[in-house]
Design a binder for this molecule. Structure first.
Ligand SMILES: [Zn+2]
Length: 425
């Protein structure tokens, strides 16, 4: 399904004084709220002047907003920040111009009400019917903000903020070191909204100890850890091809390899097993639910991130990337408060970073220092500025800019058409 084809059904049914029904499909930023609101608008369109209308709907959202806006003037509504403002304006203008008395009555969704059942079916069938087209001039009013010739229906400030966020992430993604994220399968596994939130470091509430870990974490995120692979790039005059993985001596020493090196397989397995237990315990601590521990252990096992062959594996956590699967696990155990999830994930990441740092990285550093001593590389040598030999490959650069431009548009398109937060695509 592509976004352009994203459609929803909308329907209404008049039960008296005459029986009439209508359904159609809607597109452009559809949502359940929009479909409900459209149904109300469509039913009001066919009412005679000065009619008293009772509309039964199962949407509390429509009722709440309608009651709130009913007593406001059109110019007050124009200034408000309500979602789908252009549609609300259309509805309230009709109500005022045709002097309609509207009474919205809440009915239970999927309840026993026969009319409600019929109209639900109609709405479902509506998806297959023709798409409702509304003349732009009906919707536009002074100062409507448009995105690519389409009026923005949601809060424009949030929309602009979303566009800015996209720009930021896309810049990050188009860096060479982020090439891995250009695999669409991987992109879909990560909850970007939460992952971005984790990237915002509040410099005022971090302890000194955290600050130390923080800089370690940033090096991992940016692939700037002084692994042999990076040292060779930075100081080719000191490190030649003999500098391979400190454990196996065969493979290139990169961050990813350190997790996968066969020589320290046991240490990694130990870290994974401790980490799984940690996850179980911390979820029990944060959840308000009665927890069946065996079930939780199984669910942690099923997270599909314990194997390095997975698109997403647990080492992504050290780069602040959280998978949807993990977020769903929290939700399953009724940990839904975003602040709480944020705190929980911070502790989880902290745990895995600490274990990596102490059990792998510091162990590796000892071996590396020994080796540097043998090769007579002093601290002074290491601190020396690199000679001017930066031979940047300029070739790929132009292509990349073009590509990032299209990506940027794509992200925004997704955000616009689906109506959610752009980061959820
Ligand atoms: Zn190795």
């Amino acid at each position: 399904m592509t976004t352009r084809e994203m459609k929803m059904g909308s329907a209404f049914l008049i039960s008296s004084p005459i029986k009439k029904e209508f359904n159609c499909s809607i597109k452009d930023n559809p949502s359940s709220n929009k479909a409900e609101l459209m149904a109300v608008i469509l039913s009001v369109m066919v009412c005679p002047k000065a009619a008293e209308v009772k509309i039964h709907t199962d949407s509390q959202w429509v009722i709440n907003i309608f009651d709130k806006l009913y007593n406001e003037t059109i110019s007050e509504i124009e200034k408000s920040k309500v979602n789908y403002k252009i549609w609300w304006l259309l509805l309230l203008k009709m109500v005022k111009i045709y002097d309609l008395k509207i009474n919205l009555i809440k009915i239970k969704a999927h309840g026993d009400n026969e009319n409600n059942k019929t109209v639900d079916k109609l709405a479902k069938l509506g998806i297959e019917k023709e798409t409702l087209m509304v003349e732009d001039t009906l919707l536009l009013h002074n100062g409507t903000i448009c995105w690519r010739d389409m009026p923005i229906e949601r809060n424009p400030i949030l929309m602009i903020k979303g566009v800015k966020d996209v720009q930021f992430v896309d810049e990050f993604m188009s860096l060479n070191r982020s090439l891995i994220y250009q695999q669409p399968e991987l992109l879909e596994l990560i909850d970007w909204k939460m992952s971005l939130k984790l990237n915002c470091i509040n410099q005022y509430d971090t302890l000194f100890e955290d600050h130390y870990l923080q800089s370690f974490r940033i090096k991992i995120c940016c692939d700037e850890l002084p692994t042999c692979a990076n040292l060779k790039k930075r100081k080719p005059e000191l490190y030649d091809d003999r500098w391979k993985c400190n454990f196996c001596g065969i493979e290139e020493e990169t961050y990813d390899h350190l997790w996968q090196c066969y020589k320290i397989k046991d240490i990694v397995q130990e870290i994974i097993s401790i980490f799984k237990k940690f996850l179980v315990n911390i979820i029990i601590e944060f959840s308000k639910d009665e927890i069946n521990k065996d079930q939780l252990v199984d669910k942690v096992e099923e997270l599909a991130m314990w194997d390095f062959n997975c698109h997403y594996n647990f080492t992504f956590l050290l780069k602040n990337q959280i998978s949807y699967k993990m977020m769903n696990l929290f939700k399953f155990y009724k940990i839904v408060d975003l602040k709480m999830i944020h705190e929980l994930i911070k502790q989880i990441i902290r745990k895995i970073i600490l274990d990596f740092k102490i059990l792998i990285w510091e162990y590796r550093n000892e071996i590396q220092l020994e080796k540097e001593k043998r090769y007579n590389i002093s601290n002074k040598d290491k601190k020396k500025k690199k000679s001017k030999s930066t031979s940047k490959k300029d070739n790929g650069k132009h292509i990349r800019i073009e590509q990032s431009e299209t990506n940027w548009n794509k992200w925004n398109d997704l955000a616009f058409h689906w109506g959610g937060h752009w980061a959820n695509f």
